[in-house]
Every structure is written in structure tokens, then in C-alpha cells.
Ligand binder design. Structure first.
Ligand code: PLP
Length: 429
């Protein structure tokens, strides 16, 4: 496969855009470097790069593109917005309709507010939790990603009772010391952190199903325990459902798990591919937000008609009977194909799959927390990634990311992918 034009564009990009990319995860740094493939157009589950190579895509724009590229229903909605006004700076009927749709699908949302990104949505839930409780500390979990605002770019201290330290240059130590990071799925360490800091903790911020060190389910009882202890200490629970909302079924992960957080942050899928975030939760907590209450949050572009109409259209597609069952069925087929290929070629892997999303880890261990994901073989993944790319299969360039199916992937795409996996594993031996 020739990538001459991608390389040219990337080298030009390096001169004008920092690092040549507009989000660090798009660079190939984690898979040994080189020019990332530059995409030109997409259709359904496929996209084509500037050299004309076709790929079956499992990146899905890091999650949002659940209905594939250029879905006609969403395209029509975006066209309508383009023709009738993409921004008014006034309320619109679209945002009301969309808020109602989200509330109907996710019962914990008494009220919602739209933002422009997942980062903004999570950032505001943290502020609202602090405003509501009058406390400042946050507990989060190792390996969960919540966007790029200061409070979540905080590395774990040396133990569960230790305050965090900045995980990015530019994050003040004073901010990091408001955050405690504990291992996911570890009730004991969570309890230790709460015993030490619980009275000062405004909220527990968590991905209820993890998507950011691969797809990882909470162990049975883990989230229930988090809720129980949070309640004992008067701390709020915030679910970051930026990846998981509408990923596994028509609703959020919380409904699949039978749990009710105080606040929920969303993004990605709900924008139908356009920039979006949203947060919501219990009425009395949400009512602390301006203009009703003292917690400030705003946005020139928030709730803009283009994102609202695209989001509504995307959810309408996801209401089609059977779409989630089909993603689950194809996900199971893909998982089996990958595991069979690994056995055939003597490659050691662990696959975590949750319906239409899966992660392949090059490890013999179970992956239930970040440390276990970290221990998987990154060099093997990097080789695997490039071999798959050479066969026209696009994965995220990181061992920590998921493969996402869309409503547009078909059985023939899965079979082609399994053939590519067999090829890649035969070369990896
Ligand atoms: N929360 C989670 C769970 C995410 O995966 C992400 C992005 O990947 C974010 C928040 C941040 O969302 P955005 O990139 O839209 O700011």
C-alpha cells in the first residue's frame, strides 16, 4: 500500500500545525512513529486516504461515528441546518426536542445542558458537584480519561490516600492536590481514599464502563460499592458516559448496569459526528447552574442547531429496531475470529468485548484495571496496527483504544477483517 500523498500532507502539516495533528492521539507516536494516514472521504464503514487506499474503519472518529460516514439521514439534517441557520444565539426548538429525547432515553437526567465537547461537559459536572456540595476534592480512577481540563490531567499519588500530582505541564500543583486517583475495580483502595478524604470529596468521577484503557467492565458489585460509600460521605457520583452513552443500547451504560448517578456527562455519539457535549442529572443539583443558580457555565456555540439536528438524526437512526443487536452479533463474530486466529498462529492475546466494541490486548492476563492494560505488549500492538493498516483495516493507533463497530459494518467487512487479522498474526509469530 502506497502512502506517498499522506506523507506529503503530513510533512506539510508539521510545519503549520503543532505536531502535525489537532489531537495527540492522532499521531502515530504510540505505534512507533511515521506519517499518520491522511483521510480524504468516507462512506458507511469505509474511508479512503489521499492516496486512494480504502480502509474498513474501526476508529469511528474515536467513537462518535456509530452510523458510519455520510449517513444520509444525518447528512440531510446537517444540510437543513446549513440552509436555515447554524447559529442564532437564541433558544431553538431543536435543543428542546433533543433534550427531551435524551431524558426519555436516560431516566437519571431530570435536566440537561448542552456543551461543545465531552471535556466541557465533564468539567462542568465537576464544578456543579463542587457548587452543590461546597467541597473541593474529586476522586477519579486510574486510566479513565475525562478530557483535557486541569483537574483530570492529574496523575495518581503513591497510594490511595495520597493526593495527585500534575500529569501535564501547565497544571498547577494546587489543582492536582484536589484530586485523588485510585485503581479502577479496586474497592479496598477506594475505601482507603474515602476514609482519608471522604468528608472533603465533592464527587466520584468514573467511566461506568471504561473505554479508555480498552473496554473494561466494572467487576460485579464495584460500582454499587462506589455508590454506597459516596452516599455515606455525602459525595456525588458523576458518570462520564462520553463514550458509553448510546454505544451499547439506546440509552446510557448506567441503565444497562441498573445504577443511577447524580450527574452524567455525555458527548461523541450524541452529536452525530458534529462537536457536542451534554451533562445532566438530578433537578436540585442541575438547578445550581446559571442562570438559575450560582455555578457558571456558558457557550457561544452550545446547543447550536447543526449539532442538535445532527444529534437528533443520529438518535433517530439508532432507534431503528435491531441495530444494536446486529452490532453485538458482528462484534461476537469479530471477537471469535480474532481469538481463533490467535490460537491458530500461537499469539497470546486477551480480548475484552462489550457488544459492538472490543479491545485486543497482547497479554495473557485478564484486563480489569489500568496496570494490567499497561502491561500488555505495546511493541506487538504497534506491529499489529501497521500490518492491519497495510491490509486496509484502520484501528486506533494505541494499545489502549477500542475497535468500534457501526450500524454500517456488514458480515463481509468482518470476514475481511478476520482475514487481515490472520495475516497480521502470521507475520507476528
Ligand atoms: N470523557 C471520556 C470518557 C472520553 O473518552 C473523552 C474523549 O475521548 C472525553 C471525556 C473528552 O471528550 P472530548 O474529546 O469531546 O472533549
Amino acid at each position: 500500500m502506497i502512502h506517498t500523498k499522506s506523507e506529503e500532507v503530513y510533512h506539510e502539516a508539521l510545519q503549520h500545525i503543532v505536531g502535525g495533528v489537532n489531537s495527540p492521539s492522532r499521531s502515530y507516536k504510540a505505534v512507533g512513529g511515521g506519517a499518520p494516514v491522511v483521510m480524504a472521504k468516507g462512506e458507511g464503514p469505509y474511508f479512503w486516504d489521499v492516496d486512494g487506499n480504502r480502509y474498513i474503519d474501526y476508529l469511528a472518529g474515536y467513537g462518535p461515528i456509530i452510523t458510519g460516514f455520510g449517513h444520509p439521514h444525518i447528512a440531510k439534517a446537517i444540510k437543513l441546518a446549513a440552509e436555515t441557520g447554524v447559529l442564532f444565539g437564541t433558544p431553538t426548538v431543536h435543543e428542546v426536542k433533543f433534550a427531551k429525547m435524551l431524558k426519555e432515553a436516560i431516566p437519571s437526567l431530570d435536566k440537561v445542558r448542552f456543551t461543545n465537547s465531552g471535556t466541557e461537559a465533564v468539567m462542568t459536572t465537576v464544578r456543579v458537584a463542587r457548587a452543590y456540595t461546597g467541597r473541593t476534592k474529586i476522586i477519579k480512577f486510574e486510566g479513565c480519561y475525562h478530557g483535557h481540563f486541569d483537574q483530570v490531567l492529574v496523575a495518581a499519588g503513591s497510594g490511595p490516600a495520597t493526593l495527585g500530582s500534575p500529569d501535564s505541564a501547565g497544571v498547577p500543583v494546587t489543582v492536582a492536590t484536589e484530586v485523588i486517583t485510585v485503581p479502577y475495580n479496586d474497592t479496598e483502595q477506594f475505601q482507603m481514599a474515602m476514609d482519608k478524604w471522604g468528608e472533603d470529596v465533592a464527587a466520584i468521577l468514573i467511566e461506568p464502563i471504561v473505554g479508555n484503557f480498552g473496554m473494561v467492565m466494572p467487576k460485579p458489585g464495584f460500582l454499587e460499592y462506589v455508590h454506597k460509600v459516596a452516599k455515606e460521605f455525602g459525595a456525588l457520583t458523576i458518570y462520564d458516559e462520553v463514550i458509553t452513552a448510546f454505544r451499547f443500547h439506546y440509552g446510557a451504560a448506567q441503565d444497562l448496569l441498573g445504577l443511577t448517578p447524580d450527574l452524567t456527562a455525555m458527548g461523541k455519539i450524541i452529536g452525530g459526528g458534529l462537536p457536542i457535549g451534554a451533562y445532566g442529572g438530578r433537578k436540585e443539583i442541575m438547578d445550581t447552574v446559571a442562570p438559575l443558580g450560582p455555578a457558571y457555565q456558558a457557550g457561544t456555540m452550545a446547543g447550536n442547531p447543526a449539532s442538535m439536528l445532527a444529534g437528533i438524526a443520529c438518535l433517530e437512526v439508532l432507534q431503528t429496531p435491531g441495530v444494536y443487536e446486529e452490532m453485538d452479533r458482528l462484534g461476537a463474530m469479530l471477537e471469535k475470529g480474532i481469538l481463533d486466529a490467535a490460537e491458530k498462529h500461537g499469539i497470546t492475546i486477551t480480548v475484552n468485548r462489550i457488544k459492538g466494541a472490543l479491545t485486543v490486548y497482547f497479554t495473557s492476563e485478564k484486563v480489569e484495571n489500568y496496570k494490567q492494560a499497561e502491561q500488555s505488549d505495546g511493541e506487538m500492538f504497534a506491529k499489529f496496527f501497521k500490518l492491519m493498516l497495510s491490509k486496509g483495516i484502520n484501528l486506533a493507533p494505541s494499545k489502549y483504544e477500542a475497535w468500534f463497530l457501526t450500524t454500517e459494518h456488514k458480515e463481509e467487512d468482518i470476514l475481511e477483517t478476520i482475514d487481515a487479522v490472520n495475516y497480521a498474526f502470521s507475520k507476528l509469530k
